[in-house]
Design a protein around this ligand. Sequence first.
Ligand code: NZQ
Ligand code: ZN
Length: 391
Amino acid sequence: MFKFTYDIPTRIYFGGDQLSNLGPELKKFGKRVLLCYGGGSIKRNGLYDKIKAEIEKAGLELFELGGIEPNPRVTSVQRGAQICKDENIDVLLAVGGGSVIDCTKFVGAARFYDGDPWDLVIRKAPITDCLPIVTVLTLAATGSEMDCGGVITNLKTNDKIGMGSPLMRPKVSFLDPANTFTVSSYQTACGSADIFSHLVETYFNDKGSMYMLDTFMEGMMKTVVKYAPVAVEHPKDEEARANLMWTSSWAINDFVSSCQSCAWSCHPMEHQLSAYYDITHGLGLAILTPRWMRYVLDESTAERFRNFAVAVFGISPDLPPMDAAKAGIIEVERFLFEDLGLTRTLTELGIDRTHFSEMAKKACEAKGGKVLKGYKHLSPEDIEKIYEMCL
Ligand code: NZQ
Ligand code: ZN
């Protein structure tokens, strides 16, 4: 159980005035840079111009892949890979949130594959290489700036699938909290729910844990609970933005999961929601997480939920475990739906049970089985019931 390899090689430049290092870092990988970005937020807040100036100062050649969608589509990966091949790109620069970084990761991998990039996502073909990736993060949420994974959507098949390879982990990431000052309150809330969920998914695992990692995760969950409402209320609060940004990276960069079995539950269920209804990832997680907690809470899990409730929300350790556990779940709901103001039900989003059965099966299949293995293994029938609880 206590056996692992620690290897998290992403260089981080944290805090302001560090963009002068961007040109020299990119130069290490070559001259021809593909700048990848989303729907225009970086143009509106001035970051695009700053990045362009640094690239010009370093004498590098700039190419662009703009318009990457939230819940990025495989068609954008295709577009990017084609530019890489046609223009002989040396290095990728992703400037944006998780969607831009995820798409960039698959662009880098698809550069070395001649078939449909979707094959790489669905594991039909292996990822054999990837162009070096540098990121400038603009939204604290997914941890993609420091992890190996990416999640891509295929609208033709209603699929949204996550896939990872160490080859896709960014080489360098620039994390300046000020770059997140313009993130809307809604996206800040969703991003924070996502960070919180990454920690919950890892904290509740079926193979036990290491005390040191448990307390580290509890500290990070407390950090999100403390600072996310501040950032929602005061978007330019640097202390809040900095705490959220660094937590987003460490929640999922493989450190806290280093010696644990990390079969996640809410993420595979959420990916079906965003695949079918294109909703924001963090919002789907916020709706699912407390329902999943209630569903898996029983005599065998109460002790773990109690520890969580006491450590993260200050629930009295003197309460019986089941009572403390339930009080903790009520606190999770208060945090997500009152402090962050996120929508409480799928019904309010206009989602009904039409596709639940199909989605439940797909959630299991996406993880390669007939059952979704996790803290508590979930059958398609279990998942359907959890979706029902979200209505
Ligand atoms: O596209 P632009 O114009 O940049 O606007 C984006 C987008 O509309 C906007 N935004 C980003 N930074 C901004 C900003 N607006 C103003 N100021 C800024 N500084 O925010 C919107 C959402 O951006 P997006 O990148 O989609 O959000 P997020 O970072 O939450 O990424 C979500 C995607 O990541 C996947 C999710 O499934 C989803 O597809 N995930 C990736 C993971 C990973 N790589 O490890 C793990 C996660 O669990 C997650 O599944
Ligand atoms: Zn997530």
